[in-house]
Design a protein around this ligand. Sequence first.
Ligand code: ADP
Length: 330
Amino acid sequence: MYTNSNKIKRIALLTSGGDAPGMNAAIRAIVRTGIYNNLEVVGIKNGFSGLLKKDFVEMKSNSVSKIISRGGTILKSARCKEFKLKETREKAFANLREMGIDALIVNGGDGSFRGADLLSKEFGFPVIGIPCTIDNDIYGTDFTIGFDTAINTVIEAVDKIRDTAESHNIIFFVEVMGRDSGFIALYTSIASGAEATLLPEVKTDIKQICSYMEQERRANKTSGIIIVAEGDKEGGATEIARKVKEQLPEYETRVTILGHIQRGGNPSCKDRVLASILGHGAVTALLEGKQGVMVGMAHNRTVYTPLEETYLKHDQIDHNWIEVSKIISL
Ligand code: ADP
């Protein structure tokens, strides 16, 4: 068991799980805030895997020069299934101690926070989480790092697709990311004026989509955009388009799966600011003696939530927004 009898002098950070634009801005803020507070900062490469392989790199102020505008993560990210085993985490803890590290900052999603929470609880080791995922589904923060960039990438693509949809009288089914959560779909649907939105949180009724499309046609609307979250229970965009085509063979339909372009790209201004404030907030939290929490932003204030709550609870979409989206796209 770790006893933090001395002040924190040396901290480590890693990026884990799916990459998200803004992770680099968070890394930069952590390193510079650490150095400002006379801490030594160690970067761990490849998430929890790097922690097991002692893939460590000393971070200096210039190690993070000119990365604020870059997507992805300079520390790289990886998945590490064996971290679910206690003996693996024991090894991780031993490596941290061997390297003289007093605290760890984990940038990732709810999976990474499960691992981080276990490390914190099992060994009493100071761990702070920073929410990085384009899905925006983490409890304890209004927005996650990466979400704003991702939705802007989506609407740019949908605006372009609409040009072809209108020119050729086509109904496009556009699939966006979101296996369990419809935040990306709902936001981008409202912002791009999509004709319909299909989300994992709401049961999709193919008959209803077909009658809606017929109603649109009667109103002389011959093209349209239907945004489908990949985790929709009726299937992804390809499957839904196929089912609709079965009922309405005369309609011209196409499917576009936006895929990984949603995860990359230069982070938006909002994501850079969020990542910078949360990166700074994670280091100051450690210096104040906080541990086992995630730093988030709520109502423009930095807030801290126990790691356990961030993955046991879930941020939910506002179902009224689905109604709003329907009303204003009629
Ligand atoms: P994200 O953090 O983006 O949700 P994952 O769910 O893939 O991504 O989790 C990232 C990593 O976090 C996993 O590869 C694993 O190392 C660790 N992890 C995930 N779930 C657990 C768990 N239940 N216990 C311990 N570690 C976990």
